[in-house]
Design a protein around this ligand. Sequence first.
Ligand code: MN3
Length: 379
Amino acid sequence: MKTISVLGSTGSIGTQALDIAKLHKIRIKALAANRNAALLTEQAKEFNAEYVCIYDKEKYKELKENFSGTNVKVLCGMEGLCEIATLDGVDILLNSVVGMVGLKPTLAAIEKGVDIALANKETLVTGGKLVINKAAENNVKILPVDSEHSAIFQCLQGNEMNEINKIILTASGGPFFGKTKAELKNVSIEQALNHPNWSMGNKITIDSATLMNKGLEFIEAMWLFDLKPEQIEIVVHRESVIHSAVEYKDGSVIAQMGVPDMRLPIQYALLYPQRLQCKGKALSLIDYGTLSFSKPDFKTFDCLRACIKAITIGGSMPAVVNGANEQAVDLFLKEKISFLKIGELVTSALNSIKQSEITCLDDVLKADKEAREFVLSKI
Ligand code: MN3
């Protein structure tokens, strides 16, 4: 029986992971959330967690009161996340926080030798080199939770990396597939939050609408599977049934399919290499009838183009586009900027900020800060 800790337990991935933990009797050592103290308390009591952590320090008092008279250790802030990431007796740390705040606790867990189930793509986008090198040094597994990367990981089982030609990274195309820039001028927050296939948190849903999400996944795939940019082909596949595929040297393409349901990739990461029953709906290819494929629209979706350019330049640039995007999405959700402005700001940060080398966490944090300040200075 495995023991896990979850960073981001009250979010979409976190709550589904706890359902899986219940189904398969996975033990929960510690839970951390951003600011939802009420749900975090409920979860910790249900799963008998020994530690809880709230990132938002303003919520610490409330959480502390909820556990007064118990043996549960209550933590807060980044120090709390890092303490949870490095507890003894944990097999897997599920990192499902939103944004690059996930990087520091991930590095801490890797140093401790804890395997990572990674749902937080910003961790690899901003600190890919640090994470991958440290994981190799410490013999730590990075188990992808993102559905596309889980698919690729599943398609690679039993084969060698030097046998592959390329990866086919599928994209749903988001809610604005087929639209031109002119048609996207007056997009509202509600429209951008209305994703056709996946129900997810706000930040990732906006990233899916701008295709920033696919750009981040492109970078994530390069780090996870040690690929060059030219080894990844993005294919728009509206139905989200093929979650991604691997093309081998002999021309054979192995794809992983399933209905769009995050429980499957979450469970695969937590139980790897075991496959047990999952509560999701079975896939009926006959019900789907046809599956469609097309090219991504690099002209309309600036963020996708910016991500590929950023990782091609390398160094700090992926952290720059990510930081600019995190700041711009926050401004869009606060109705301070328009939808198209997100892509403009990300592109302009990429073109204006100088590339630097990433050798430690501070280099990443510096690039991230510079990008956020750049975006704020343009408003
Ligand atoms: Mn994905």
